[in-house]
Design a protein around this ligand. Structure first.
Ligand SMILES: *Cc1c(COP(=O)(O)O)cnc(C)c1O
Length: 408
């Protein structure tokens, strides 16, 4: 594929052509081929540098190849990398204990990808419903929000409202009720005696960084407590420092029953996800009922432990809060100038709706690529900014300047 910013047959074009020849087209990447990366910056195969303002959709909260995380991974590579859960290994107990402590909870069930962790939360809630709440066999229901993103498995696309994510992948898993996000009245009406969980993103990432109305999460907490329903917070993208707190739920002083974590938990090195809850809730599992060959492996635990230690001091959360204020102030200026029609988000996380007069989200992302900045569009006019938390104030200022320039 030839691209606007490079002549044909550059190393970039050749590598993209090779990828397109032999890869399923399940993504539509921007035309850049990354070769190396460090901190907030990546370098492509032709030596051009880019400020990464996407950070792997929050999988790279600590930037690329953070020295502490790389050191933890390297040390573990020299010891043991995989045992399977058939045996114990010496990092596992510590990982579960430290992660539970970070979450203010008791029990951890580690998996690998985010989607697997959400699937695990669905199974947890159903089994809890049957064994603890007393829901009749096969009747458990889970309430979810419209425009959610919880992953790509057949069950998780069953509860999606995104046509592209769903169409042609049925038949769909039953047992889910979808209500509008942010609407407590609709949620209250949807909860029945057979409802076992309300599953929500405390801020909807993929939908365009949608922050619910004030009081919504607290209202969900009160309703679920009153009706003996588990509040499952999918903090895979919003959690672990991104919003200026360890968890986005904290902005409303809310503690859910279950956290679902992923992305940044693996330090941008290995996939690490987990469901974290009380001993009563995760205690429903017996040997043989759930598992994963790679879940909780020594390398994952070693990297995850370092991520948890880094978050334990609160410095990263503070950094995301301070830099986030700067980011949102400068984005509000773009809104005041009429270049963007809406800015949403919290901390170092923003959904920016581009005035269509300046092009689609994709076009703006391509122009930014030409200016040395990586972002990704989501849903037509919106671009998503999720800078790594290692970004500096100066780099952020420069990045927003490039956005201003890309908007004519
Ligand atoms: C990314 C994401 C997932 C899925 O994680 P994968 O690791 O891609 O399977 C689930 N929920 C939310 C909120 C996410 O952002």
């Amino acid at each position: 594929m030839s691209t606007a910013h490079t002549p044909p047959h550059t190393p970039t074009d050749l590598l993209i052509a090779a990828a397109e020849a032999h890869s399923a087209r399940n993504y539509d990447p921007l035309p850049v081929v990354v070769a190396t990366a460090e901190g907030a910056w990546v370098t492509d195969v032709e030596g051009r540098r880019y400020l990464d303002l996407l950070a792997g959709y929050s999988a790279l909260n600590f930037g690329h190849r953070h020295p502490r995380l790389i050191a933890a991974a390297k040390a573990q590579l020299d010891r043991v990398t995989l045992t399977s859960r058939a045996f114990h290994h010496d990092r596992y107990g510590d990982f579960c204990a430290r992660l539970a402590e970070l979450c203010g909870m008791e029990t951890v069930l580690p998996m690998n990808t985010g989607a697997e962790a959400v699937e695990t939360a669905v199974k947890t809630a159903r089994k809890w419903g049957y064994r603890v709440k007393g829901v009749p066999a096969g009747m458990a229901r889970i309430v979810v929000a419209g425009n959610n993103f919880h992953g790509r498995t057949t069950t998780l696309v069953s509860l999606s409202t995104d046509t592209a994510a769903r169409a042609d992948f049925g038949p769909y898993t039953p047992g889910f009720t979808i209500v509008p996000y942010g609407d407590l009245t609709a949620l209250r009406a949807a909860v029945t005696e057979n409802t076992v969980a309300v599953l929500l993103e405390p801020i909807q990432g993929e939908a365009g960084v949608i922050v619910p109305p004030p009081g919504y999460l607290a209202g969900v907490r009160a309703l679920t407590r009153e009706r003996n329903v588990l509040f499952v917070a999918d903090e895979i993208q919003s959690g672990l420092g991104r919003t200026g707190r360890t968890f986005a739920c904290e902005h409303e002083g809310v503690v859910p029953d279950v956290y679902v974590l992923g992305k940044a938990l693996g330090g941008g090195i290995v996939p690490v996800s987990a469901v974290v809850s009380s001993a009563a809730v995760l205690g429903v599992f017996r040997p043989g009922e759930h598992g994963s060959t790679f879940g909780g492996n020594p390398l994952a635990c070693a990297v995850g432990l370092e991520v948890i230690a880094m978050l334990g001091t609160g410095e990263w959360q503070e950094r995301a809060a301070v830099l986030g204020d700067q980011l949102h102030a400068s984005l509000r200026e773009l809104a005041a100038e009429g270049r963007v029609t809406a800015v949403r988000g919290r901390g170092l996380w923003a959904g920016v709706d581009i005035d269509p007069a300046y092009g689609t989200g994709r076009e703006v992302a391509e122009r930014l690529l030409g200016r040395g900045v990586l972002v990704k569009d989501t849903h037509g006019p919106t671009i998503r900014l999720a800078p790594p938390l290692v970004v500096t104030a100066e780099e952020l200022r420069w990045g927003v300047e490039q956005l201003r320039a890309a908007l004519g």
